[in-house]
Design a protein around this ligand. Structure first.
Ligand code: TXA
Ligand code: MG
Length: 339
């Protein structure tokens, strides 16, 4: 007998094969998926998210999938990184195989590919590939949130964000709270043959240092010719409540936080709540002083603050240490949405 989750996965895979959307958990954040080889299905993702059509989406594949089905001229660097980090939170940008639709790559000649480690994602991808005549199936999926908003780390985040799609029968596979909580690290390898080394397009749980260990050199920072990535837009990953960063000195001086207008409530997020004095209009929240845990909690925290009706969020600036790069990147972009 099949468990109800196995049944849900089988049904979700057949919906994908019919060109419909499915939301599913990964170890990073929940994804909003469609058959990567069906341009009409991929267009439904853009419509649901309200995302501009020139932004490429990542193709998710099952463990052991044939990468040469999706990409061409695959460099040795890709094999090294795959051996070290797949399945897991690493997306590789490669030269796209010619049958990959334009809609997936946002019109660029590259394709982003990732093999997630979440068991529900893997089961969905395996089942979907079985339904394809070629035996190769890929699920194009951005994070399952409206364009520019905070990524979902719980199934209920997806359910509250896409009421129309849910009403039309879109399944949201349950996978609990996502383990990592921020999006995958993205490494661009699409220009290796032109002599451009690996480029870090988006920092994530897999750090620059770990990539360096495997490649033997640190990945470069993006230049003007690097492939476009919406997660690399300046203002992205933002909550609805205006967010700003505040230094420890700024907290101590109390100048900013001493100005809460009557009737307003501000949320202030610090590493040590106990060291803060009571202040009118301020609610203190404590966050982890450990970067992996911080990343895990960040998006759920931002969504919680949004739901509690605060007028502003202040977040204490992070330590200047490479281990904080990925969360720092997300916070800087969130704050940039509120200049
Ligand atoms: O962890 C993740 O990567 C999650 C889960 C669902 O897998 N997905 C995710 O997707 O964060 P999304 O669309 O929110 O962000 C994917 C990023 C975007 O910044 C997109 O522009 C970039 O990957 N990307 C995808 N394909 C690309 C390509 N061919 N060239 C350059 N960037 C690409
Ligand atoms: Mg996203």
């Amino acid at each position: 007998m099949q468990s109800s989750q196995e049944q849900a996965i089988i049904q979700a895979a057949s919906r994908l094969a019919q060109g419909e959307l499915v939301a599913f958990p990964t170890e990073t954040v929940y994804g909003l998926g469609a058959d990567a080889e069906n341009p009409r299905a991929v267009n439904k993702i853009y419509q649901a998210k309200g995302r501009p059509a020139n932004h490429p989406v990542i193709v998710h594949v099952a463990p052991g999938a044939d990468l040469s089905y999706w990409a061409k001229n695959i460099p040795e660097e890709a094999n090294k990184l795959i051996k070290a980090f797949w399945p897991g939170p690493l997306t590789l940008i490669l030269q796209r195989a010619s049958h990959i639709p334009d809609t997936v790559s946002g019109g660029q000649d590259s394709v982003g590919v990732r093999c997630p480690s979440h068991p529900v994602a893997q089961a969905l991808l395996q089942q979907f590939a079985r339904l394809k005549p070629s035996g190769q199936g890929g699920v194009a999926a951005p994070s399952a949130n409206k364009f520019g908003q905070v990524s979902p780390t719980l199934a209920e985040h997806v359910i509250s964000e896409f009421p129309e799609e849910i009403a039309r029968g879109m399944p949201v596979l349950e996978g609990g709270a996502t383990e990592i909580g921020i999006e995958s690290t993205i490494i661009d390898l699409s220009r290796i043959q032109q002599g451009v080394k690996a480029v870090l397009l988006r920092p994530g749980h897999i750090s620059r240092e770990q990539i360096k260990q495997v490649l033997g050199y640190p990945p470069l920072l993006p230049d003007n010719h690097a492939p476009r990535a919406s997660g690399t837009l300046k203002a992205h990953y933002a909550p609805r409540t205006p967010l700003a960063l505040i230094t420890a000195k700024g907290l101590e001086a109390g100048q900013v936080l001493g100005q809460v207008p009557p009737g307003q409530k501000w949320a202030v997020c610090v590493f040590n709540k106990n060291s803060q004095a009571d202040m009118a209009g301020i609610d203190w929240f404590q966050v982890s002083s450990e970067p992996v845990q911080y990343a895990h909690d960040l998006y759920a925290f931002l969504r919680k603050v949004d739901s509690l009706g605060y007028q502003r969020i202040y977040i204490q600036t992070l330590p200047e240490d490479e281990r904080w790069d990925a969360v720092n990147d997300r916070l800087q972009r969130a704050a940039a949405a509120f200049p």
